[in-house]
Design a protein around this ligand. Structure first.
Ligand SMILES: Nc1nc2c(ncn2[C@@H]2O[C@H](COP(=O)(O)OP(=O)(O)OP(=O)(O)O)[C@@H](O)[C@H]2O)c(=O)[nH]1
Ligand SMILES: [Mg+2]
Length: 308
């Protein structure tokens, strides 16, 4: 007779699920909620995620390897093109496609075009449509929206309304996604929940605070580079450089008497202490690098060259 362990092993499912959608629909929020940690930064601004981020969810009978991707959008800079390339490459490599949309807003043209693009069957993986933000959606509009999705992509496996922020219906979503994963043992160590290094997390947590505190084009023309990362056991020492795309942005970011930078540093440090589980000493500098976001060489140096 098979032991429980053997049974588990033979019924265990594991594979990758790409989280896809236009910017700001809640892809990173969903992944963080399921993982139970902020592995991908989240802000109210579009184009927050710039590269591929793995979030690994392991339970007794499954391991779902989420691939969070940059929002698919049109944008004139090399950075925008790289971001979109990363998203489509992740879609091609995934076992299941979770195509997300913001169901609290009327269906806009970019979302419709994206759905049609995946519905054309060029990629033949199972597609699940995730209608997010139902916590603030008009309930009367939800059923017509689900019907509209069925018409737009009749070949999809499921259409699931969820709230990534509140966790509503995420169990159903996980069950549905798992159905299409192959029967195979876990690929990653169950204690491992992301491919982000501590160094990458540090850069991202600083960038999150820049996104939250800056307006207009500034956040989109800002990147963060970690120049020094030293783990002293009970304390991690980090030196981060914020790259701005124009001389004009520097004083705006630094703020009166350095107040802006201080606030960014304090908030990023607090978040990092929580996820890294130790004291963090964070020093931040601001450097001007004209139009870094439109130079492939610089983007490659920053890990944003669309290679992965
Ligand atoms: N009300 C509500 N807000 C949500 C929900 N999910 C995400 N949000 C908010 O939507 C905004 C965008 O969330 P993100 O997770 O950064 O979206 P994203 O799809 O990863 O965006 P990009 O990385 O820019 O492509 C944030 O302000 C989130 O707090 C939800 O279920 N309900
Ligand atoms: Mg994101």
């Amino acid at each position: 007779m098979a032991t429980t362990e053997e049974l588990n092993e033979t019924s265990f499912r594991c594979g990758t699920v790409a989280l896809l959608g236009v910017p700001n629909v809640g892809k990173s929020t969903l992944m963080n909620y399921v993982i139970g940690a902020k592995v991908a930064i989240v802000t109210p601004k579009p184009q927050t995620t710039r590269h591929r981020i793995l979030g690994i969810y392991t339970a007794d009978d499954r391991q779902i390897i989420f691939v969070d991707t940059p929002g698919i959008h049109k944008g004139g800079q090399q950075l925008n093109r790289n971001m979109v390339r990363v998203a489509y490459a992740a879609a091609e490599e995934a076992v299941v496609l979770a195509i997300m949309q913001d169901a609290s807003k009327p269906l806009d043209q970019p979302t419709r075009m994206l759905i049609e693009r995946f519905a054309d069957g060029r990629l033949n993986q199972p597609r699940i449509h995730v209608l997010n933000k139902v916590d603030r959606a008009d309930k009367a509009r939800l059923l017509p929206r689900l019907q509209q999705m069925q018409q737009l992509d009749p070949g999809a496996k499921a259409y699931i309304p969820v709230s990534a922020r509140k966790g509503t219906q995420l169990d159903s979503l996980l069950n549905e996604l798992t159905k299409y994963l192959p029967l195979q043992p876990a690929i990653h160590d169950p204690d491992w929940f992301t491919d982000q290094s501590q160094r990458q997390l540090a850069a991202e947590y600083v960038r999150e605070q820049v996104f939250l505190s800056m307006h207009q084009e500034i956040p989109f023309q800002t990147a963060v580079d970690i120049e020094r990362f030293e783990d002293h056991g009970d304390m991690i020492e980090i030196e981060a450089v914020i790259l701005v795309g124009s001389e004009r942005h520097k004083p705006m970011l630094i703020g009166k008497g350095g107040g802006g930078m201080k606030a960014v540093g304090t908030k990023a440090r607090m978040g990092l202490q929580e996820i890294l589980g130790c004291r963090v000493n964070l020093n931040i500098w601001v450097k001007v690098d004209e139009d870094w976001f439109d130079h492939q060489g610089k983007l490659i140096d920053l890990g944003l060259g669309a290679e992965h």
